[in-house]
Design a protein around this ligand. Sequence first.
Ligand SMILES: Nc1ncnc2c1ncn2[C@@H]1O[C@H](COP(=O)(O)OP(=O)(O)OP(=O)(O)O)[C@@H](O)[C@H]1O
Ligand SMILES: [Mg+2]
Length: 350
Amino acid sequence: MRAQEYQSLKLNEALADAGQQPHELCSAIIGKSEPMRHLFEMIGKVAASSATVLIQGESGTGKELAARAIHEISSRNGKNFVPVNCAAIPDELLESELFGHVKGSFTGAYANRAGRFEMADKGTLFLDEIGDMKANLQVKLLRVLQNREFEPVGSTKSQKVDVRIIAATNRNLEELVTTKDFREDLYYRLSVIPITIPPLRERREDIPLLIHSFLSLFNDDRKHNVKGFSRDALEVLCSYDWPGNVRELENLVERMVILKNSGFICPEDLPEKYLGGRIQVKVPALPAGNSLPEGGICLNSAVDQFENNLILQALTRTKGNKKEAATLLNLKRTTLIEKLKKKNLEYSED
Ligand SMILES: Nc1ncnc2c1ncn2[C@@H]1O[C@H](COP(=O)(O)OP(=O)(O)OP(=O)(O)O)[C@@H](O)[C@H]1O
Ligand SMILES: [Mg+2]
């Protein structure tokens, strides 16, 4: 869908759109691009079984969100979803955190304590940042995956457990296997069903949808009334690369809602880094009509757009000759060049 179509998009339309998820049980996950449809389909399929799932993807792509969706759709949803961040817990504590310990097994172990495996019994254990797990624990985890039993720290008695494991990482596990930083046998045990969530820049059509969904969320949260993003602002955001993926986009929308109480968000409201790329406009088209849209308009941005259009039309007519284009616009050549630079505009023939 072209960014233009979102120019006067009202929030309720966006909400209605966001509500049309291919899988109604995955309603927390916004997206309608091909890769996201595929993800919904995978989530629906794997939820029916108890197979181990490995979710890979860059930071902020929604790995935890997907893991929670799998649990919620599965028959285990009445039981616990227990997340463990393997990178956030110090190595020496992770074993007891996962498997529990018995009283007196180490200094400070004053009582028996259940681990996360036990807490997740009949439910789902989410092993986040699995790529950071140290070798000695990888062996122990492999054993649980094989035998569905483990021993708490300091105990010789095995405990049976019925847990569905979903692991996630933003590191390349296959590469860690080749460098011997991750056990190959464990990798195969974990990746019975591998799911990869693509970065946001590979599914740009989801960007406007996510923006509008976050906008309504944060407007509600803060009792603000930001109407939307201007067409230019949306264009800027749709061409940005989003290294922080959906999390970065969510944070940006929250920041915009906090800083701006109402009206439209224009490119000049956006932080500098989002405006970095050169804007290349190929087909100059005059803004549709001169009427004020019902929801209001961002004047600066509209004037800017109008100016850009005329400049690009002049350049198109003169096949990129700046001197002749300047004459058509009654400007000095140097003024036109300055404007092009300032506006980050580039003329291209195709
Ligand atoms: N498709 C989506 N629809 C709506 N919200 C999303 C989507 N994807 C991610 N989010 C939101 O973005 C944020 C990051 O998602 P999440 O924590 O699941 O990412 P992650 O892949 O686990 O990131 P990390 O690798 O940094 O742990 C969360 O607030 C989540 O709700
Ligand atoms: Mg995560």
